[in-house]
Design a protein around this ligand. Sequence first.
Ligand code: ADP
Ligand code: MG
Length: 578
Amino acid sequence: ARSDGLEGQVSGARVIAQALKTQDVNYMFGIVGIPVTEIALAAQEVGIRYIGMRNEQAACYAASAVGYLTGRPGVCLVVSGPGLIHGLGGMANANMNCWPLIVIGGSSERSQETMGAFQEFPQVEACRLYSKFSARPSSIEAIPSIIEKAVRSSIYGRPGACYVDIPADFVNLQVNVNSIKYVECCMPPPVSMAETSAVRMAASVIRNAKQPLVIIGKGAAYAHAEESIRKLVEQCKLPFLPTPMGKGVIRDNHPNCVAAARSRALQFADVIVLLGARLNWILHFGLPPRYQPDVKFIQVDICAEELGNNVRPAVTLLGDINAVTKQLLEQFDKTPWQYPPESEWWKVLREKMKSNEALSKELASKKSLPMNYYTVFYHVQEQLPRDCFVVSEGANTMDIGRTVLQNYLPRHRLDAGTFGTMGVGLGFAIAAAIVAKDRNPGKRVICVEGDSAFGFSGMEVETICRYNLPIVLLVVNNNGIYQGFDTDSWKEMLKFGDATTVAPPMSLLPHSHYEHVMTAFGGKGYFVQTPEELQKSLRQSLADTTNPSLINIMIEPQATRKAQQREEILKKKHGNGD
Ligand code: ADP
Ligand code: MG
């Protein structure tokens, strides 16, 4: 019996934690403070892992990555007002990526509403633009059903972010245990299939394709459709192209992968099977001049509103990617068909791939110092464990890294995503390492950051060290955003005035020793300037399975991509993280 007179009572905090656990939510990231500290404590008591972060934005990125990696949303726990507002960046990113996420925000006391309470803010309204569902339970008794609804909404249909607002006075309020009814765990998302006639039509369009292409997006990765998609690609001998996070659904070194001829493949395909990827900026909207004006899209998506965006598709298949791909396979089982491997299309694609690969190899073999991006990534690729998670962000760091660093497994690449968000890397890496710890102990996380991108959430290195996550952080350092200056030019420039008046806005402090951020918290730090130093430090970091490390890799401050793409890069101003 309890001595505090609370026998038979339960706190609001405990109800929240128990309701989450009942919905099979197992990870919570956040920063505690008034009024949510007790929620974090209660979460640990019911067996939810709690990971304390240093900024709500990074916490929210981490929680959203758990949702993508496990199919079950992670929670981001934030305090009222500014805490919630910092988290909005993570909510927006999750929602844009179509990843499930639950944000739980403390809010000011109901009795002080509209009086200028501590950190008072219209939180439920604020979250509407960044979520699928945003609500405040009307009482403690209503918490379990609101949490069930939030979890269910986050994973049903097109996945996304959901917000639950918890007024401060709910947290410590005690109610009778018997007044709380926990809602059973919601059922797994229902699986929907496409209309049979549409499936037949799609199969016939594929059969008549002269230059077919399959595009695999992160929706396919999220849907766990890897088996059926690989079967379709192999059985029909179709060329395929992954989007950035679609990488690994089928391994990058599969003979049918035409990633190295991406532009060519998009430009000349006459039939494109689009599996869980939107025709947004990443895929150049599906429009000329990057595509044939009469290209036939076969669009597969779980979200009906997505079908027909930017193009008029030849066939739309509304349903779960795995189920729909199996429907397509049935058609090709009934009447077997394969795309001729000796076709002109394959020849064109193979030739382009060969010349593109030769070009990057040539750049990688350059012996000049400081190193260029390609040299760095080729040395990294040589040592990467095949089953590792690759997290990456930055402009050139991410774009060039993506072409060299290979993924062999689905859901093992995390990057700036649909929203092009910088600052996601450390949160994603922490999430991947925590999930790996539970599910695949020993699996490594490699986080490849531009120096600018690293800065957005750099203090999460303390989080990495506190939880002893053996993440290998690579900072590809060109002293700036897109480009920077070497030490001498920087000093020279400062002779002409104060940095605020003469330094280009892209520049960051040259020769910064980011590795000290890691050593400050007890991890291993390396400063490398040559391929040999890079190889050695990476070997040591990968051999060390207990300590995190940060390798600060100095590259040519003016290095960019392959020469023929320079113009395009200069014109293209999206992303800002190198
Ligand atoms: P990428 O960035 O790889 O191009 P997007 O995020 O643009 O991918 O697109 C992913 C698409 O996948 C979204 O339109 C989403 O609705 C869809 N999707 C998510 N899960 C499923 C699923 N289980 N079945 C079908 N489509 C899905
Ligand atoms: Mg940079």
